[in-house]
Design a protein around this ligand. Structure first.
Ligand code: SF4
Length: 126
């Protein structure tokens, strides 16, 4: 398989794992979706784990040990930064950690983070 083909397979695998979210996906299910052999699949999973993109957790499934794969990265959307004060801040050009204007001490940013960040255990509640 060409290098571009391999990269494409890694990207497809990562996309599937990311879509599986917190439930994760069994290695064997992933290989079926990719049309890959279990040997290719194991190699892909190891490489994605070494790159810090996924974690593999050992699991007993139908009497056999396998791995469940979980994403370590998440898709973010533009919606997640709507309302961030930095987007319209007149001081943004000189704001940097340890700088004249420091985001660590920014009241507006702290307030926005506290108002918009989900409280642990409250996800999905309305
Ligand atoms: S952290 Fe505060 S000061 Fe810095 S750009 Fe954002 S809103 Fe402006």
């Amino acid at each position: 398989m060409s290098k571009a083909g391999k990269e494409s397979l890694y990207q497809k695998a990562l996309k599937i794992i990311m879509e599986a979210g917190e439930e994760g996906i069994l290695q064997s299910e992933l290989w079926k979706l990719l049309g890959a052999t279990s040997r290719e699949g194991s190699r892909i999973a190891l490489k994605l784990e070494r790159r810090g993109l996924i974690t593999r957790r050992r699991e007993l499934h139908d009497g056999r040990w396998t791995y469940r794969l979980f994403p370590k990265i998440r898709k973010i959307s533009v919606a997640s930064i709507v309302g961030c004060p930095c987007l319209t801040c007149p001081d943004a050009f000189r704001c940097a950690p340890g700088g004249v204007v420091d985001p660590v001490y920014c009241y507006d940013l702290s307030r926005w983070v506290l108002e918009t960040a989900p409280i642990e255990g409250d996800e999905g509640k309305e």
